[in-house]
Design a protein around this ligand. Structure first.
Ligand code: NAP
Ligand code: MG
Length: 499
């Protein structure tokens, strides 16, 4: 292994990790779980315990909902401008704590520090700032009705009340930011559950939320697992909405459970996104783009470009270039400056991805590079490119959520119908990529793909202003931009008779 260039631990991180179990954040205070239960959170680079965290159950969820209800009475009356100022202040505090947040997300999730410093944390800060700007721009409209000139009709956009938010482990801080920013901008209060694998940055954020001066109970942060804490949020009769990011399987469960009191729901679920390289692509962009599409965040990305369609004319060259780059990626602990690809988040995820590596070989695919999980400590799986894959194999159909891409040649000449049919032949529809220098073809393909996001000559681009969400079983509802405000407001029509 090359010489270690380990990052020096930020004293704020050290201090945060020391001491007793990390406490829940309810009603603006840090409290232990009523049951006294805790669980460990693991550093996936070493398999060692990072910290113990209090585990919320139904009783704590009830207390959090009560706190959020009390806070709603206050928060929904805070002026839009003051709500914006608080969000902006939170973003400033995040900026002042950028290194600590980056290190904590890296420690808890495993992702490289160069990503948390330059992607996760800055994107999270921008996200909060973007919605700070929206607080003063949420409004209804006056409607020109046909009933009578003396009948005034107008709409108001009102918050929903207490919203429940359940986030995954793949972008712990960013997913929290996506969830809370729009909800708070619109005047809701929040009960959020982090993923049990990555509870730390959410609790660090709780300190910043407190320091920023949000009224107690506006944001409540609970740690715990899905079937216990998560299910109690989903079932809670006075929570008005659930926003969920995670697996399609749990998304379906949440949809069923939310029927109990007809909660509004938005679901951002799994994917098996096609990334299509045409023979007229600019390969200096397409090859790095395809690599970024699958290996960013160790492939643990809902919109990962995991089905790589490459035109047969350029297939051998593209695959040779990709293998050459990918085999040089430096894999190691996230908290090393030079690491380009870290460990997977947990032993569970390591076992899941290992299962698919075996399955791929059993089904007759060939691992051009990678293909075998590494021995511990830590949950490392090398970048893997499978060739000799058919569309029917489970590695080409099921979400692996690891650094594993299936390369699929296609051979349409001028026609694009066949590759589009194959790209769309999936239950998912989160994202897709297209690489071509032919602008007409780019638009035709972008329009024909069944996906909530299509990237042309780029991949994994994100911005707070651009909507993100799924087609088909990748979910519904759009986060980001003005679209997310629709998830967190309800429209009231007011009729006023002036006669
Ligand atoms: P998951 O179970 O869907 O977890 C996502 C979130 O939902 C976590 O906070 C989880 O809690 C919670 N949850 C689980 N069961 C729940 C329930 N019955 N009621 C309420 N909340 C519940 O995903 P996972 O098990 O971590 O990962 C499995 C697979 O899901 C991955 O391999 C990947 O394919 C997919 N996934 C997709 C995304 C995405 O961004 N779309 C993100 C993560 C995973 P706990 O984890 O704390 O138990
Ligand atoms: Mg962890």
């Amino acid at each position: 292994m090359a010489e270690s260039t380990a990052v020096k631990l930020d004293p704020r991180v050290q201090q945060f990790l020391e001491g007793g179990p990390k406490r829940l954040f309810i009603g603006g205070e840090f409290v232990e779980a009523e049951s006294g239960k805790t669980f460990p959170t693991i550093n996936p680079a070493t398999s060692e315990v990072l910290a113990h965290v209090c585990e919320a159950d139904q009783t704590d969820v009830e207390l959090a909902v009560q706190a959020a209800e009390r806070a709603f009475a206050v928060w929904s009356k805070v002026s839009p401008s003051d709500r914006g100022k608080l969000l902006w202040k939170l973003a400033d505090l995040m900026e002042a704590n950028l290194e600590a947040l980056a290190q904590l997300d890296t420690l808890d999730n495993g992702k490289p520090i160069r990503e948390t410093r330059h992607a996760d944390v800055p994107l999270s800060i921008e996200h909060i700032r973007y919605y700070a700007g929206w607080t003063t721009k949420i409004h209804g409209e006056v409607i020109n009705n046909s009933v009578s000139p003396n009948m005034l009709t107008y709409t108001r956009r009102e918050p929903l009340g207490v919203v429940g938010q359940i986030i995954p482990w793949n972008f712990p801080l960013l997913m929290l930011s996506w969830k809370i920013a729009a909800a708070l901008a619109a005047g809701n209060t929040v009960v959020l559950k982090s993923a049990e694998q990555t509870p730390l940055t959410a609790l660090y954020m709780a300190h910043l939320i407190q320091e920023a001066g949000f009224p107690g109970g506006v944001v409540n942060i609970l740690s715990g697992d899905g079937p216990n804490t998560g299910a109690a949020i989903v079932k809670h009769p006075r929570i008005r909405k659930i926003a969920f990011t995670g697996s399609t399987e749990v998304g379906k469960l949440i949809m069923r459970e939310s029927a109990s009191n007809l909660k509004c729901i938005s679901l951002e679920l799994g994917g098996k996104s096609p990334n299509i390289i045409f023979p007229d692509a600019d390969f200096t962009k397409a090859v790095p783009g395809a690599l970024l599409g699958i290996f960013f965040n160790q492939g643990q990305v809902c919109c990962a470009g995991s089905r790589l369609f490459v035109h047969k004319k350029v297939y051998d060259n593209v695959l040779a270039d990709m293998s050459s780059y990918a085999s040089k990626l430096k894999q190691g602990p996230g908290l090393d400056h030079s690491t380009e690809i870290g460990p997977l988040v947990s032993d569970e995820q390591y076992n899941r991805v290992s299962y698919y590596l075996n399955k791929g070989r059993e089904e007759g695919a060939n691992a051009l590079i990678g293909g075998k999980p590494l021995d511990g400590p830590g949950y490392f799986v090398p970048p893997t490119i499978f060739t000799d894959v058919s569309d029917e194999m489970s590695i080409a159909r099921e979400e692996i959520f690891g650094p594993v891409v299936t390369a699929l040649p296609f051979s349409d000449e001028d026609q694009i119908a066949d590759v589009i049919r194959r790209a769309n032949d999936t239950e998912y529809g989160l994202a897709a990529g297209v690489w071509t220098t032919d602008v007409k073809k780019a638009h035709r393909v972008a329009h024909a793909l069944e996906a909530g996001t299509v990237w042309v000559n780029c991949y994994n681009s994100f911005d707070a202003s651009v909507p993100f969400g799924g087609y088909k079983q990748s979910g519904f509802g759009r986060e980001n931009g003005s679209y997310a405000l629709e998830l967190y407001t309800q429209v009231k029509a007011v009729w006023m008779n002036l006669d």
